[in-house]
Ligand binder design. Structure first.
Ligand code: NAD
Length: 314
């Protein structure tokens, strides 16, 4: 084994972001252990890595302890879209909270550096725009999204308590909307929804008046941010926002997708779901100064790749 090669555990490694991270870390010459219970992830996401000497796959649920020897841990395990995390909300909170406790315990035992995939959802329905890391958020603790939002908030608390109490080497990323190939086709997220509806010639569902905005980061940019944060200087704990600050309205997004997929689908309006934030936009100044990171892939280029992917799998 090469001395610079790291043994890296990725929980949720068979999911959308996890599978891209596994591929990137293998390409960079590391020894990767992918752990997943396949709740929303799939073997097809990592099929291209099976057979690689430095890739190992383990079916395991992070709500149970895990004993392995590794140098770094990326903790990504958790369903990420409302349809999936609301399917079994108690399990969602357990995955975030027990999963964090188990992975932090492992990191402490083996003295590994540990990265947490946190989320912009910790800001809830923000009253500050754009959201800097110093903003404490506006979260409903008893609503249908709370299992995810509060689970992720508690996971952050645990990371910082392990840091303060045990001097653990932590890196916390707050991830904003990310899209790209291998997104789940039925995850109910706006990019995959619109693309699937456009490719099938179905009506495109716009919630509310379509003027609410979102910012979208292409997966390759996000993975680059993960790697930079994980390998950043000692003591940079985060949280660090990672996302693309350029905002688009839902109407603009729908129209771009219709054009790129040559679709004749019609736009139809439906009421806004409960607790749906009207606007969310990352302030990425910290990532820019501390990690020299900024997204590079434009929405149109990223959407082209994503539409091609969905065309293949549908
Ligand atoms: N994609 C985004 O836009 C986004 C935004 C913010 C935060 N995140 C965070 O990034 C991480 C990855 O998100 P994603 O978009 O790749 O979602 P995903 O659903 O594709 O991936 C999550 C993976 O975790 C696995 N998993 C779920 N529960 C598990 C458990 N108990 N034990 C083991 N594995 C389990 C799933 O099977 C799946 O492979 C999540 O923690 C999510 O909260 C993602």
């Amino acid at each position: 084994m090469n001395i610079s090669m790291k043994r890296i555990l990725i929980t949720g490694g068979a999911g959308f972001l996890g599978s891209h991270l596994c591929g990137r870390l293998i390409k960079d010459g590391n020894d990767v252990l992918c752990v997943d219970n396949f709740f929303t992830g799939s073997k097809s996401n990592i099929a291209h890595l099976i057979g690689d000497t430095y890739f190992e796959l383990m079916r395991h649920d992070v709500t149970f302890p895990l004993y392995v020897e590794v140098d770094q841990i990326f903790n990504l395990a958790c369903p990420a879209s409302p349809v999936h995390y609301q399917f079994d909300p108690v399990q969602t909170t357990k995955t975030s909270v027990h999963g964090a406790i188990n992975m932090l315990g492992l990191a402490k035992r083996v003295k590994a550096r540990i990265f947490q995939a946190s989320t912009s959802e910790v800001y809830g329905d923000p009253v500050v725009h754009p959201q800097p890391e110093s903003y404490w958020g506006n979260v409903n603790c008893i609503g249908p999204r709370s299992c995810y939002d509060e689970g992720k908030r508690c996971a952050e608390t645990l990371f910082f308590d392990y840091f303060r109490q045990h001097n653990l080497d932590i890196k916390v990323a707050r991830i904003f909307n990310t899209y790209g190939p291998r997104m789940h086709p039925n995850d109910g997220r706006v990019v995959s929804n619109f693309i699937v509806q456009a490719l099938k010639g179905e009506h495109i569902t716009i919630y509310g008046d379509g003027q609410q905005t979102r910012s979208f980061c292409y997966v390759d940019d996000m993975i680059e941010g993960f790697i930079r944060l994980m390998n950043s200087a000692d003591g940079l704990t985060g949280p660090v926002n990672l996302g693309n600050p350029i905002e688009y309205t839902m109407l603009e997004l729908a129209e771009t997708i219709l054009r790129l997929s040559n679709s004749n689908s019609k736009l139809v309006n439906k009421p806004l779901p409960q607790d749906d934030p009207r606007q969310r936009q990352p302030d990425i100044s910290l990532a820019s100064t501390a990690l020299d990171w900024a997204p590079k892939v434009g929405l149109e280029d990223g959407l082209k790749e994503t539409v091609d992917y969905f065309r293949q799998i549908l």
